[in-house]
Design a binder for this molecule. Structure first.
Ligand code: G6Q
Length: 550
């Protein structure tokens, strides 16, 4: 039985730095970026930080040196340093699930030692990585054959949430490095369209399914996995021998894997101290490894590890995840902003915002502190975005002239992987221009000077003063992707630590799942069920039953 593990956290709003920030906010809230830049010509060079090959320009934020000093003081008062150590050393900081939080162990070098419940987990991590590498090589080389002797050309990952978003994002992000002779698909949704479309043009004899599920009990994943099993068996006249050649599992639950009919020798293991949304560097990354090969996968892990070490050891003043986390907190809690736009100017990162949605919002979308009392301040903002320049032609209107203040993270790479004429210069000129336009806008005088008629002037003003970070890296490599993901993981950790919440549970997704289980038989029963929901839910159920003619 779990003991009472609430933690005694000193109230955030009682911290000296928080109180000082409250006063300070009143003094600086009307500051203009135009003035800040005019008063300090070095600002754009000074307010930058660079580590492990990532360059962060945070000068276009609504902060002064004093703001940063107070935010950094807040991080110290909240014990961020100790919390980082607690995470890295395997303490059970996920108190509501009584678990360690050790995604950093997944990318630790072989010689490292991280102890959980008296056991060094690093050798286990490397043993699974080796097993994944061996398997990936066999599939990629064609040595691993399907049931009829054909080589595997298609890989379908079946998983959802943390067992899907990381693999999809990483596959898209690293497509340039992937084996183009192979097809990768990702099935997550319980909506049958997802599975149907994913396999409609695939030959079962050439298709490998990876059933990725930490628990191996998730309704969507198990339903899709059973459908996949039927699809395969239908192609092979019901011969269950075929399953061994076409199904592997990634899970922590060997018992359920065996029950499903997958030999546990074909199971790639991970552990309860890996949270779903932090699992892309575990065996959940098997599809990534199959796509880009074991060597590139290890390079990606190296990138993660470099950022992990930076986060753990760099002084907070120059610590990229700490700075980004604190800036997000500054806007969320003092300016009352509710969103962060993540805008990668890199087509391969098109699923990165979706990945961050889960990472940030499932981690910090909480209202209870670690000691079980309700917070009196805002926690996670909404993370969202689209790759540039597409977003510019749709929602950027609101970023520039809307009534909401939305801090933006621009992400760009100096070199493109696909040089084509002037494309990359134009792309990069756009990212720099957007950050400039948001920060400095366009004044009445400027608009008038263009000869704009008076009545049109108000519509064409850009008030500016809209904050952004710009993150620049050299080139989108597996290593750079690792650094970028770890940057956000640790920024989210920084925010959650200061808010005093548990960033590693997700009880908020439970209620809907339970209610759906109750409704399923009410939709399927041949006999009209007695419905005990509210009148709206009852009516929706009746309407569906009547229409489908149950
Ligand atoms: C992530 C969440 C959640 C989880 C899915 C899939 O942090 O825990 O998104 O990854 O619910 O769970 P399984 O891997 O157990 O199927």
């Amino acid at each position: 039985m779990m003991t009472n593990r609430t933690e005694n956290i000193f109230p955030l709003t009682e911290r000296n730095a928080w109180k000082a920030l409250t006063v300070h906010y009143e003094q600086v809230r009307r500051l203009q970026l135009r003035t800040l830049f005019a008063d300090d010509p070095q600002r754009g060079e000074r307010m930058t930080a660079e580590a492990v090959g990532l360059y962060l320009d945070y000068s276009k934020n609504l902060v002064t040196d004093e703001t940063l000093t107070l935010l950094l003081q807040l991080a110290r008062e909240c014990g961020l340093r100790q919390r980082i150590e607690a995470m890295f050393s395997g303490e059970k900081i996920n108190i509501t699930e009584d678990r360690a939080v050790l995604h950093v162990a997944l990318r630790a070098p072989k010689e490292a030692s991280i102890i959980v419940d008296g056991v060094n987990v690093v050798p286990q991590v490397h043993a699974v990585l080796d097993k994944m590498a061996h398997f990936s090589e066999r599939v990629r080389s064609g040595e691993w054959k399907g049931h009829t002797g054909k080589r595997i050309r298609n890989v379908v990952n079946i998983g959802i949430g943390g067992s899907d978003l990381g693999p999809v994002m990483a596959y898209e992000a690293l497509k340039y490095y992937s084996d183009r002779a192979m097809i990768f698909r990702f099935v997550s949704n319980i909506d049958s369209t997802d599975f149907t479309e994913a396999v409609h043009d695939l030959d079962p004899a050439e298709t490998l399914f990876i059933v990725s599920s930490k628990t191996f009990t998730t309704l969507e994943t198990m339903t899709n996995a059973h459908t996949a099993r039927e699809w395969l068996l239908a192609a092979f006249g019901g011969d269950t021998q075929s399953i061994a050649k076409h199904f592997v599992a990634v899970s922590t639950n060997a018992e359920e894997v065996a029950k499903f009919g997958i030999d546990t020798a074909q199971m790639f293991e991970f552990w309860d101290w890996v949270g779903g949304r932090y699992s892309m560097t575990s065996a959940i990354g098997l599809s990534t490894m199959l796509a880009i090969g074991p060597a590139n996968f290890r390079i990606m892990l190296r990138g993660f590890h470099q950022m992990d070490e930076h986060f753990r050891t760099a002084p907070f003043e120059s610590n990229l995840p700490v700075l980004m986390g604190l800036l997000t907190l500054w806007y969320t809690d003092f300016f009352g902003t509710q969103a962060v736009a993540v805008l990668p100017y890199e087509q391969y990162l098109k699923r990165f915002p979706a990945y961050l949605q889960q990472l940030a919002m499932e981690s910090n979308g909480k209202q209870m502190t670690l000691n079980g009392s309700r917070v009196s301040y805002n926690t996670s903002p909404i993370y969202w975005g689209e790759p540039g320049t597409n977003g510019q032609h749709s929602f950027y209107q609101l970023l520039h002239q809307g009534t909401s203040l939305i801090p933006c993270d621009f992400i760009a790479f100096i070199e493109t992987l696909n040089p084509l004429g002037r494309h990359h210069d134009i792309l990069l000129s756009n990212v720099f221009a957007q950050a400039e336009a948001l920060a400095f806008g366009k004044t009445v005088e400027q608009v008038k000077a263009e000869g704009t008629p008076d009545w049109l002037v108000p519509h064409r003003i850009f008030e500016g003063n809209r904050p952004s970070n710009t993150i620049l890296a050299e080139r989108l490599t597996p290593e750079a992707l690792g650094k970028l993901v770890a940057l956000y993981e640790h920024s989210v950790f920084t925010q959650g630590t200061i808010w005093g919440i548990n960033s590693f549970d997700q009880w908020g997704v439970e209620l809907g799942k339970v209610l759906a289980q109750r409704i399923i038989p009410e939709l399927e029963n041949k006999i009209e069920p007695a419905l005990g929901h509210d009148s709206s839910t009852n009516q929706l159920i009746r309407r569906y039953r009547n229409s489908k003619g149950t």
